[in-house]
Design a protein around this ligand. Structure first.
Ligand SMILES: [Zn+2]
Length: 236
C-alpha cells in the first residue's frame, strides 16, 4: 500500500494545522457524540462547533428537517442555547444547498439528531476522507427499545473519537444510559420531549412498567381519549 503521491508526503505530520494553504491537504476527522435523550449531546456539539468557529474555522450545522420541536432553522438545546443550522431531509443534498464554493470553504460540519439521516455513513466518509472536513456528529445510539438507532453506530468504525454521554435517571437521580418512552406508541421515530421520553438508569429501564405509575396514568388517559376519538369517528 505504499504511496508515492507528493500530496501524501507533504501532509502535515500533526494531522493538519495548516489552515492557510491547501485545505484538502488537511486530513478530515470524525467525532461521534452518543447517549440517551437529555444527556447534553446537542450542548456538547454546540460547544465544539462554537469553539471551532472561535478558532477561525468555517463551521456549519445540519439537523434533520424531521425535528421541528424548537425551531426550523436553529439547533436548540433543551436548556435554550441556539445556533443557526440547515434543516435537511438528507445529508447528500447539503453540498448542493450551500453551494460548491461555500462547501469547499467549510472546515467543520456539525450534525445533530444524526439518527434521522439514512445517508450518514456515506456523507461522513466523503466529507472526512475525501473533502478533508472535520465532522462532529451527535445522535442517539439506541431507540426506546435499546436497539441501534438509524446509522449512528455504523459510523463508529469511521470515527476518530466516540463519546457516550449520560443523563440523570428521572426516577432515582443515578446515571441514566437509556431513553424510556412514557407512552404506548410503537413506531421508532416518534419525536417528542420530556412529555414522551425520560432518561433512566438500567434498573429503572428494566423495571419500567412497575415504577412508572405516573406514566401509566398518562397512558390510560390517552387510551381513553383515543378510544373516544375512534368512537366519534365511527359515529360519523
Ligand atoms: Zn433510576
Amino acid at each position: 500500500m505504499a504511496s508515492f503521491k507528493p500530496s501524501v508526503i507533504a501532509k502535515p505530520v500533526n494531522g493538519g494545522g495548516d489552515r492557510v494553504g491547501l485545505p484538502h491537504c488537511n486530513s478530515g476527522e470524525i467525532h461521534v457524540i452518543i447517549g440517551p435523550m437529555f444527556a447534553g449531546k446537542t450542548t456538547a456539539l454546540l460547544r465544539r462547533i462554537r469553539s471551532e468557529g472561535n478558532n477561525g474555522r468555517n463551521v456549519a450545522m445540519i439537523k434533520s428537517s424531521k425535528d421541528t420541536r424548537y425551531a426550523v432553522d436553529s439547533v436548540v438545546t433543551h436548556d435554550g442555547a441556539k445556533f443557526p443550522c440547515w434543516a435537511l431531509p438528507d445529508l447528500t443534498s447539503f453540498q448542493q444547498k450551500v453551494g460548491d464554493d461555500a462547501y469547499e470553504k467549510l472546515d467543520v460540519i456539525g450534525i445533530d439528531e444524526a439518527q434521522f439521516f439514512g445517508d450518514l455513513y456515506e456523507f461522513c466518509c466523503k466529507a472526512a476522507d475525501h473533502d478533508g472536513k472535520t465532522v462532529i456528529v451527535a445522535g442517539l445510539d439506541g431507540d426506546y427499545l435499546r436497539r441501534s438507532f438509524g446509522s449512528v453506530l455504523d459510523i463508529v468504525p469511521l470515527a476518530d473519537t466516540v463519546t457516550k454521554l449520560t443523563a440523570r435517571c428521572e426516577l432515582c437521580g443515578k446515571r441514566a444510559f437509556f431513553t424510556y418512552r412514557r407512552i404506548e406508541e410503537t413506531k421508532t421515530e416518534l419525536i417528542g420531549g420530556s412529555d414522551v421520553y425520560m432518561p433512566v438508569c438500567r434498573q429503572h429501564y428494566v423495571n419500567g412498567q412497575v415504577v412508572t405509575g405516573a406514566a401509566k396514568n398518562v397512558l390510560e388517559s390517552r387510551k381513553v381519549q383515543s378510544e373516544s376519538c375512534v368512537e366519534a369517528a365511527a359515529a360519523i
